[in-house]
Design a protein around this ligand. Structure first.
Ligand SMILES: [Zn+2]
Length: 452
């Protein structure tokens, strides 16, 4: 049965438009046009396309409350993350991921890219179903009501020179690219899910294995078949952490004589279906190599972990497609990620107006969905997946803005989201998640259980 919403303002491909009727039929938009409310369900505020969270590690949410005291760096934070990784099992992973994904839905996220490397039991023993942990993430996303692209991650080494994984890293490794590919090919995503491939980093995957994966992802079935057949399709997404830390660059140059981006290019791993994550410490040559690839910036994590500021404008000018991720879940707020792209550029360039509102919105919406293998999402247009995110404009923060989109991007917060529709299903109504009744409590309970 078609359902019609009336948006006070809607962010259409042509720009912010007042008084728009949007008809949803079978999970897609069947009509989008200016018109009066006339019996439609009224959406007060600005209605956006669904937001895409291009890079997430759901379990890191349990660290958020424990990392803001004392001194340190990315590497000391990683010690805490490893401790957490050692404590999770399929049941606690499911509870934590469901609550974290529900927090994302409340923030307007309709697709999440879950970069999943916590595959096996502590010490590396296989679960009876070797995909039990990945399966928990697929279930969590279904229960929380958002689409997921499970980016199942290859992880083989602890250092760039190929030293074997140790300690908590034993849970992450399948031992070889073949074993990883075989395990991942057995995953069966449901109707609102995809499986994609990920390479943890040039630090955790030695160069010969990178070449093997390059071969694998080039000769698989097509994107359309991927829905049934798994991650190794020619149009299927491939994600990889890139140059988050200077140490990774230094080690890669010392051992391989090229930068991490150069090594990925040599191995055939850059291109339109690839998304590199962070891209913080790049040479000018690296920026050029990323033309035509996706780049997922995670500014709130990069600032939280003292990573640095990546060359976002230079990447966009070079033809990289920027999207956004909450990564470590330091916060889950795509508006904060979007404005951080512009505001971090201001700090590094000492100039204002480096990105316009349309570019920031595309990073938060269509570019992110495309990077996750959902190119038909992230736009309010006939035929697209029926995702809607309505954001209040009647807040004290938004008062005084002329343009609703600027208000949301520069003064909006995740808590201003009132309504969320994912693939035609109403998932958040009046700020309340429709299947996880108390998300804060679900988070508290899941996090307490992990640490107790
Ligand atoms: Zn990450």
């Amino acid at each position: 049965v078609p359902v019609t919403y009336w948006a006070e303002y809607a962010c259409l491909p042509s720009g912010v438009t007042p008084s728009v009727r949007l008809t949803l039929d079978n999970g897609r938009f069947s009509a989008v046009a200016a018109g009066p409310p006339d019996g439609a369900t009224v959406l007060r505020g600005l209605t956006l396309p669904g937001l895409a969270n291009g890079h997430s590690h759901a379990f890191h949410r349990a660290l958020r409350g424990r990392t803001q005291a004392g001194r340190g760096s990315f590497w000391t934070w990683r010690d805490g993350m490893y401790t957490l990784a050692g404590r999770l099992d399929p049941a606690s992973y499911l509870n934590l991921a469901r609550a974290t994904f529900a927090e994302m839905v409340l923030a307007g996220v309709t697709s999440v890219g879950e970069f999943h490397y916590l595959h096996h039991a502590p010490g590396g023993a296989r679960y009876p179903d070797p995909n039990e942990m990945g399966g928990a993430l697929l279930t969590a996303a279904t229960q929380a009501g958002l689409r997921i692209t499970l980016l199942d991650t290859l992880y083989l080494a602890s250092t760039v020179d190929g030293a074997p994984p140790a300690g908590p890293q034993l849970r992450f490794s399948d031992g070889s690219p073949e074993a990883w590919a075989t395990r991942v090919s057995a995953l069966r995503p449901g109707p609102h899910a995809l499986v994609g491939a990920a390479i943890h980093s040039v630090r955790a995957v030695p160069a010969p294995a990178l070449r093997e994966v390059g071969e694998l992802v080039r000769r698989g079935p097509s994107y359309a078949e991927n829905v049934q057949k798994g991650p190794f399709g020619s149009g299927s997404p491939v994600h990889v952490h890139l140059s988050e830390q200077r140490g990774e660059n230094d080690a890669c140059l010392a051992i391989h004589g090229v930068t991490p981006a150069g090594l990925l290019a040599e191995c055939g791993l850059l291109g339109p279906t690839t998304t590199v994550v962070h891209a913080t410490h790049l040479s000018e040559g690296d920026v050029g190599l990323l033309q035509g690839s996706g780049v997922c910036l995670c500014p709130t994590t990069e600032r939280d972990l003292a990573d640095g500021i990546g060359p976002a404008r230079a990447l966009a000018d070079a033809g990289a497609r920027l999207c956004l991720g909450s990564d470590s879940q330091a916060v889950i707020d795509l508006f904060e990620e979007a404005r951080a792209v512009e505001l971090d550029e201001r700090l590094s360039s000492e100039q204002r107006g480096r990105f316009d509102a349309g570019e920031l919105l595309r990073a938060a919406t269509s570019a992110g969905h495309t990077a996750l293998g959902w190119p038909d999402a992230g736009v309010l247009a006939v035929g697209a997946r029926a995702d809607l995110v309505t954001v209040r404009l009647d807040t004290v923060r938004a008062a005084g803005y002329d343009d609703p989109l600027t208000a949301v991007l520069f003064a909006g917060v995740a808590g201003d989201v009132t309504e969320v529709v994912v693939d035609g299903r109403l998932t958040v109504h009046e700020g309340q998640h429709q299947t996880v009744p108390d998300v804060a409590r679900a988070l508290r309970d899941a996090i307490t259980a992990v640490w107790s």
